[in-house]
Design a protein around this ligand. Sequence first.
Ligand code: PSU
Ligand code: MN
Length: 310
Amino acid sequence: MIDRARLAPPLTFSAEAATGIARAAPMVALESTIITHGMPYPANLETARAVEAEVRATGAVPATMAVMGGRIHVGLEPDELEALAMARDVAKLSRADLAVALAMGWTGATTVAATMICADLAGIEVFATGGIGGVHRGAERSFDISADLEELARTAVTVVASGAKAILDLPKTLELLETKGVPVIAYRQDALPAFWSRDAGLRAPLRLDTAAEIAAAHRTRARLGLEGGQLVANPIPAAAEIPTAEMAPHIEAALAEAEAAGIAAKAVTPFLLAHIGARTGGAALAANIALVRNNARLGGEIAVALAALP
Ligand code: PSU
Ligand code: MN
């Protein structure tokens, strides 16, 4: 006979997340790759704390996901968050490596794809981050397409991001999301945002103007039995944005550096973010912090709106 307790997913809830689940409170999942691979210490820790606070301010409960000691941690205690932000050699986990990391007891940070899986296992329907992975420039040669896109197509979590990172091939990323049936919903504007910039120069396929509308669309997908989630593309606040034209040379230079250094696979995105951060004298990092906080706020509002639906 199958031992169901042994086969249950290895979830460990933080005190805050456990209380949230028990009360059926609105919850927002948060990823950890942005902490370990996306930002330098101590900005990563300060941002992770600020992002959780943004979620709480909306009345929702944050749950930062990470893998430690053979368990998926749904919500991190303050000391765990601090240890993760300072840790070195943390694995960057996507769908492909999540189970191996758990079985081996590795410490791992969850990407957008892995965080969606963890959120779904924990019954959390909304997730906020900075930017999703997508189709890399030159993907026709490298085949480098983020597993985040496939995950959006199969796991029913609404992901709030500032679009896909502008280091990517955004037209191809939009095409692939359309093929896979993922709604890409710009928030309160027609243009697709491009992470550090409000306008990628592309029209977003869909636009919604309130958290309640986004929640209703999420619920309707479930009623239709449609697998997969939604991508909410929330533009960076105007005061924090770096216009596309200003970012373009830094992105080009970082891409050339990555090519020259032979950077491939999982290392590409962290390499580009670090080099763009250095080239802009920290301006790109400041923008990244502003946009992820803004996304956490909208994520909280969507979770609250979802909880209010009949
Ligand atoms: N957004 C950020 N910083 C990041 C990431 C997203 O603001 O570091 C991470 C996410 O975890 C995303 C990952 O899933 O980058 C994409 O990596 P890849 O391109 O290797 O799939
Ligand atoms: Mn990749």
